[in-house]
Ligand binder design. Sequence first.
Ligand SMILES: *Cc1c(COP(=O)(O)O)cnc(C)c1O
Length: 350
Amino acid sequence: MQITIQKTPTSRLSEVDFDNLAFGRSFADHMLVAEYADGAWKSVQIQPYGPLSYQPAMMSIHYGQAIFEGMKAYRSKKGDVLVFRPEENMKRFNKSALRMCMPEVPEEIFLGGLKQLIQLDNAWVPEKEGCSLYIRPFMFATDEYVGVSPSTTYKFIIFLCPVGSYYSKPLRVRVETEYIRAAKGGVGFAKNAGNYGGSLYPTIEANKAGYDQIIWTDAATHQYVEEAGTMNLMFIINGALVTAPTGDTILDGVTRKSVIQIAKDWGVEVQERLLSVKELVEGISSGAVTEAFGAGTAAVIAPIQTIGFEGKDYELPPRKESDFSAKVFTEISQIRLGEIADTRGWIYKI
Ligand SMILES: *Cc1c(COP(=O)(O)O)cnc(C)c1O
């Protein structure tokens, strides 16, 4: 498929303060825009990042046929641009698409387009340690029609954001037992826009009570822990890595998958199983639970300090350099930057 390139006449690169990058507030010069109609992907174009114009009746804003992905590219010391496991994001994107009755995006557009886009905006990949280029592919329904049915036209877009180092202080999280993120048979495994709109209200409620994030529990009983905000949730219990099994209600995280693989390679026992809130809080009290952390692209590993449940705060032990989560963070950081050998084939070089 031919990708036409329309370059910006005026780069905005010099306007960006690369020493003070906020997450998701600066956008690289170009974006990729692909159009789907009549059952096929038609035009694919790289053009200047900027506003698009749509009809008020555009279906995605009314009925939520909108999905997205998030991944990062890093600048290695040698100057190469390395993307961490983008094939996994592409596969997951197409699973989300299937669930939302949207067309799949072929590899030549998703990965091929991404490659050309980053080649053009190479100068936007930050060099400073800890910084990266956040990549946001997304797709939305564009038919002008007021009726609940799948759209027949779609846009697939990728834009790029240079982002600063994501430092996460150890989190205070609260076990949510009223609201839910996802239910069996629902769309929790898909990265569709509506899932995130629905999570805002309970998260704000938890913030008001002094917590940074929510631990979601299962919709049917609220007895089993599922995810932490928009991260997968992991624990070290009696030396084993414990995390919820993927299914309808769990987002199949690329970071989660990578942490599990590294744990196995290191000989750490991995248990993908249900974990009850009861076992969790008793385990924290008894000392069996030694680490709790979130896993996701933004922070990679976000350590959890405090877990609130039924009005009581349970404190995890202070962090140590020898912790599994600290070591796995270092391992993934070094792979992403090309500082250690990519023995698992996780790096996609631009
Ligand atoms: C994106 C996301 C994650 C993390 O996935 P990664 O591929 O590791 O970034 C976890 N949970 C939810 C709900 C998410 O949306």
